[in-house]
Design a protein around this ligand. Sequence first.
Ligand SMILES: C[S@@+](CC[C@H](N)C(=O)[O-])C[C@H]1O[C@@H](n2cnc3c(N)ncnc32)[C@H](O)[C@@H]1O
Length: 261
Amino acid sequence: MLTQKSDLDGCFLTDKHRMVQSNDGSFTAYSAEFDEHYHSTKDGALLESLQKHVIPALLHVKDKEEISILDICFGLGFNTLATLYYMKKEGIQKRLTIYSPEFDKELIASLKYFVYPEIFLEFKKIIDAVSETGMYRDESLHISLYLGDAREFLRDCNHQFDIVYQDAFSPASNPILWTKEYFADIARVMKEDGILTTYSISLATRLALHVSGFYIYLCKPEGCRSSTLASFKELNGYERVNMEHKIFCNQKAKPLSDSEI
Ligand SMILES: C[S@@+](CC[C@H](N)C(=O)[O-])C[C@H]1O[C@@H](n2cnc3c(N)ncnc32)[C@H](O)[C@@H]1O
């Protein structure tokens, strides 16, 4: 299933990252800086990306001819690449724009050496372009990385997105990308009929989304642990989380806030 690891992983290694194989066979990375893996090693990097983010999001936008995605943050680029893979596999033809902030320039430069799942190999040209220049463009696809801070990117962003992949490191290790102020900025750059996907099911995350005007839904992806979907409009086919009831039962619970970090 995978490309040969032996001749490549020495090149990917940086002071801050090392490659780790996850349970579905795909490789992810461990970040020494955040003391965390880039994906759930238990669910598997590829499976997590497809099941928690790409499949529910693309189902939601199936009737659109053109879609715009905010991929937070780019990291190893699984969510972007799994989107391309899934669209191709399912014969989904749309014009696609992906914006993705990522402040780790060393990581981006080393992506061309990362050992991706075999199903991503057809996107090697795209991976190399993004790794070398931070962007890729052809007639139907535009990928643009913002090599800096995601909060800064959001403050200056005047684009409107159909899909947000909220895939930062955990709230415990990277709280600045999970606060109510952060999600208020996310809400500002999302279309009225947009969808946000995230692996986090914590009450604090859901509260931060809730106070920013989102409805919260439980997603039960195939072969993975549960995840969260959020939108401004009702989503069919998912169980809505009753936030008023959660708040009533957990009166001390509160969302993360910028002022407390
Ligand atoms: C969990 S990983 C992203 C996983 C990614 N979706 C993938 O498929 O590999 C989180 C990423 O966020 C980046 N990051 C953390 N804080 C950031 C910030 N404030 N601005 C931009 N990037 C940030 C880290 O460098 C890391 O690459």
